[in-house]
Design a protein around this ligand. Sequence first.
Ligand SMILES: Nc1ncnc2c1ncn2[C@@H]1O[C@H](COP(=O)(O)OP(=O)(O)OP(=O)(O)O)[C@@H](O)[C@H]1O
Length: 215
Amino acid sequence: MFNNLLQIEQLSCQRGDKRLFSDLSLTWQSGDFVQIKGHNGIGKTSLLRILVGLAQPLKGEVRWNNLEITKNREEYYQHLLYLGHYSGIKPELTAWENLQFYQKISHCKQGDDILWDSLAKVGLIGKEDIVASQLSAGQQKRIALARLWLTKVPLWILDEPFNAIDKNGVAELTALFEKQTQAGGIVILTSHQEVPSQLLKSVQLENFQYLGDEQ
Ligand SMILES: Nc1ncnc2c1ncn2[C@@H]1O[C@H](COP(=O)(O)OP(=O)(O)OP(=O)(O)O)[C@@H](O)[C@H]1O
């Protein structure tokens, strides 16, 4: 895999009238497996949303391979898989159809076999013909997570991927994240649960909390 770089420079974030973090500068590259840490409400989701171009920082910028992401969205999104709090699945489609649709529109491994494999990995065999709206929140989350076994993109940004996932699932997903980074990908996530990996680096957002002296 090409050596990729995700850089954030002098990033400051405000939500409503509340300044969250400021002056955050970091560089991640191929092979990095990173957890964004910090107490509830510190701004972890806000940071991820800035990283994927869904929210604007107050100051600073995000660059993918030296290009500012908001000016090069099309190129950036060809390399990014983002799973946010809302799983982004279509409620009127079955689990199978959701993944088939994803295979069609994304840079994915193709074919029914790989799709069955991805359903098996998330424990949805037998549920493939049920429309997503009739599945539980946890099962819907697992349809979204099945994309991780289909995608070929290098950069994964995942907000609480382990929510509604049992202990075995957490271990299996963590192994997949390690495999992705060892193959030259970059995985950035938030998690309220312990992530069982020796490879994980962390960014503590408390270290960048706004202290009130920035102009
Ligand atoms: N759209 C918004 N408008 C105003 N304030 C917001 C908005 N979204 C989030 N906030 C506030 O910004 C702060 C950070 O929210 P964020 O969801 O980024 O935190 P978090 O660290 O991910 O929290 P948690 O660990 O609880 O998921 C919170 O105080 C939240 O209330």
